[in-house]
Write a protein that binds this ligand. Structure first.
Ligand code: AMP
Ligand code: MG
Length: 326
């Protein structure tokens, strides 16, 4: 697979369309409000619209690939949700004309739970809480073959492009291909440039990134680790896999995700890490769980063999793993 292969072209086009839809909803409706799913996590019309567009585009080009995606249309099809389904359909129609509600639901449901030899992992909006707050969120799409991530695309529509101008232009698209490096583009796929991780050799130079939500990671343990390693710079809290993107472009050095004491047994979902992990690795970084084990994308939706996540610039990985043994 190279940069011009149909997989890359389709993934980029799908992420670009979905970014347009998500930003339109965010600006029009300030996120559009959220429903709570059975696990009490939020879902918005943008999550549904994004999944519909991306699944349709992938299924059309690659009818034999399965798609493992976060949402399904069950809730949307309930009679008391008809207004919501109408809103999703109207927004999707702005990108794919003459779309019916039945089509939207069927496209969403191209997403299944089957992890096969070759499949796509999709988080239509990663960091929905960030999306609703007007902070960071990402559209994350990865192609996985025999448990190995081959391609990752991460759209971060609200992320500043230039670290030196955080109030400047926003909208980044990250792309990585196995063995071929990582790249950052603007939201429409223009101005592509290779990116690489920070060259920091000493932990004291490091900057940590972590979740905003205290229930998603153990901020106190991160703080203790920072003290132990003489990390004095403040941690950068950010929602979504945008954290992988800013690490890959050298803006931060470590992404820590020690399981929160609110939910110590939490197992990560593959769609929350597949795209981000290849983007960090191909930029020269290293990605494991907090015990140093490689991430398992082959066993199912849940990464049962892993606990938490550690991403680094590679150089600092072992020293941080050692410090995590505390
Ligand atoms: P972040 O924005 O990095 O905090 O991550 C957002 C993701 O955290 C969501 O997509 C959820 O799948 C995931 N998540 C939900 N609950 C937890 C939890 N208790 N621990 C870790 N991650 C979680
Ligand atoms: Mg997610």
């Amino acid at each position: 697979m190279d940069q011009d292969s149909p997989e890359v072209m389709t993934a980029l086009q799908a992420a670009i369309q979905s970014s347009g839809l998500c930003e339109k909803i965010r600006i029009d409706l300030a996120g559009g409000g959220a429903l709570l799913k059975s696990d009490r996590s939020p879902v918005t019309i943008a999550d549904y619209g994004s999944q519909a567009i991306i699944c349709k585009m992938i299924r059309e080009k690659f009818p034999h690939d399965s798609i493992v995606a976060e949402e399904d249309s069950k809730e949307l099809k309930k009679p008391d949700r008809s207004k919501l389904l109408e809103q999703v359909t109207n927004y999707v129609s702005a990108f794919i004309p003459a779309t019916s509600s039945e089509e939207v639901c069927s496209w969403i449901d191209f997403g299944s739970n089957s992890v096969t030899g070759r499949f796509w992992a999709l988080d239509p909006i990663d960091g929905t809480k960030g999306f609703l707050r007007g902070d960071q969120y990402a559209i994350a799409l990865a192609l996985i073959e025999k448990g190995e991530v081959k391609l990752g695309v991460l759209a971060c529509p609200n992320l500043y492009r230039d670290v030196y101008h955080p109030l400047g232009e926003k909208g980044c698209l990250f792309l990585a291909l196995k063995g071929m490096g990582s790249f950052q583009m603007d939201s429409m796929g223009a101005n592509k440039r290779p990116i690489s991780v920070s060259k920091a050799k000493s932990p004291s130079e490091a900057i940590i990134t972590e979740s905003v939500e205290p229930d998603h990671a153990d901020h106190l343990t991160h703080q203790r680790l920072a003290q132990k390693l003489n990390i004095s710079k403040p941690s950068l809290r950010m929602d979504s896999q945008a954290k992988y993107g800013i690490l890959a472009r050298g803006e931060v050095t470590l992404y820590l995700r020690v399981p929160s004491s609110a939910e110590p047994g939490y197992t990560e979902n593959i769609w929350d890490h597949a795209a981000g992990s290849i983007i960090a690795e191909e930029a020269g970084g290293r990605v494991t769980d907090v015990l140093g084990r490689p991430l398992d994308f082959s066993s199912g939706i849940k990464m049962e063999k892993n606990r938490g996540i550690l991403v680094s610039n590679g150089i600092l990985h072992e020293v941080v793993l050692k410090a995590l043994e505390m």
